[in-house]
Design a protein around this ligand. Sequence first.
Ligand code: ASP
Length: 324
Amino acid sequence: MAYPKLLGALCATTLLVAPAFAQDWPQRQITMVVPFAAGGPTDTVARMVAERMSADLGHQIIVENIGGAGGTLGAGNVAKADPDGYTVLLHHIGMATSATLYRNLAYDTLNAFDYVGLVTEVPMVVVARKDFEPNDFTAFISYVKDNADNLTLANAGIGSASHLCGMMLMSALEAPLVTVPYKGTGPAMTDLLGGQTDIMCDQTTNTTQQIKGGTIKAYAVTTPERLELFPDLPTAMESGLDGFDVSIWHGIYTPKGTPAEVNERLSKSLQSALADEGVVKAMADLGTAPSPAEDATPAALQAKLEAEIARWQPVIEAAGVYAD
Ligand code: ASP
């Protein structure tokens, strides 16, 4: 066959095959990569939505935890995966901060992924081991300033939410604590409970049950408003830490090149999961709420990621702190 004819035939086949592929998707189980360890807050959010999305899609979504390097290891794995709709990534704000923090990132954040939608935005709480001396945030501030050299601050690696919040805390208090990286704040929480580390700043999706159970101490929330869940906890801002405003948004991505119909179908499935009463209640119990349907869309997540890269880039560059 002559080349033009062959090309024509190939194009015709592609045109016929692409929509059929998207219509028939999914045919088998889907892997949702969480770039942090099991048992942590990102994992908790992922498992909540994966269960409901599995029921909606008629095929199981399996959560795979690939922790390490502040979430960039797991994200890098998804960037390299086949764009066939069977690998997705649930990541948080770290997707945006890592783009600047890592100058040699193995993937190009804005060009390596397609978008499904936003999932939820989660407040953080500054917490410490149960027997940490200070009894309120004012006392915490002076104690941490006075003892910075001897205190450890757990995080999930450079680029993680706990790292970002911890950096904000250290800079606000001018207290260079000793930071200890974990593959996720699930294992970091285990060490906080065991008293092997002193302080952490983490999402309510990981801290709520421990705070309520009295197994850790809570000092302040990172949102501009107090939380309904913990009305007695002050905000960092009302305690004099100006501009201490950070919430951890989560989104679902696919590798670049995933058929648009598949991303749209995933988005619809995400929207139905987020509207599920059980999910709404489970999130409320952990101090958060599902993103509204109009945000659980590819366009909304893309806009959020672009805006957040632009928001954090100058902050990180001014601090001059990089992962490499
Ligand atoms: N909360 C973690 C963070 O600091 C991530 C996790 O373990 O889910 O980014």
